[in-house]
Design a protein around this ligand. Sequence first.
Ligand code: MG
Length: 166
Amino acid sequence: MVHVGIGYDVHALVAGRPLFLGGVEIPHTHGLDGHSDADALLHAITDAVLGAIGDVDIGHLFPNTDPAWRNAPSRIFVEEAARRVRAMGGRIVNIDASLVAERPKIYPYIGQMKECIAAALGIPASKVGVKATTNERLGFVGRQEGIAAMAVASVDLPEPPAAALA
Ligand code: MG
C-alpha cells in the first residue's frame, strides 16, 4: 500500500555560512543559518519520508539542542529516514520537492542535488524530483531573508496482517 508524506522547512539566510541545498554546496554571498548544515531541502525531504511512515519529525529525531548535530551534514538525517522505511519492510517509491529561493539561481545544481538525494535514500535519481522557483520578490523569501523547501514522499509499505488491525 502506498503512503504519502509531506515535509516543509525554512532557514534564514545569513552572511558567513556556506549554502547547502540538496546536499550540494552552492556558491553564494549568504548561507542558511541553523544547528546542522541547515540544508532546508534535505530537511523537508526527511520529514516527508518520516511522515509517510507515520514516524516522528526531524526535530524529534535530531534535536537542535544536541551538540552531536552541530554543523552535521543533513545527509545523515535523510539516511536515517530511509533506514526507518527499510526497517518497516517498506520501499521509497519517489520523492518530489520544490525549493523557493529568490537567489541564487538553483537550476544549474538540480542534477547534482538529485544524485545526492537519491544516494542518501538508496533509490535511483530518476525517482527524485527537484524544482526551484522564486517567490516573485514577495515576503521573506522575496527579500532574501530565507529559503523555503517543501517535499512529498511516497512509500510502499507492507500491509499488516488482518489480525494486527483488530
Ligand atoms: Mg530545518
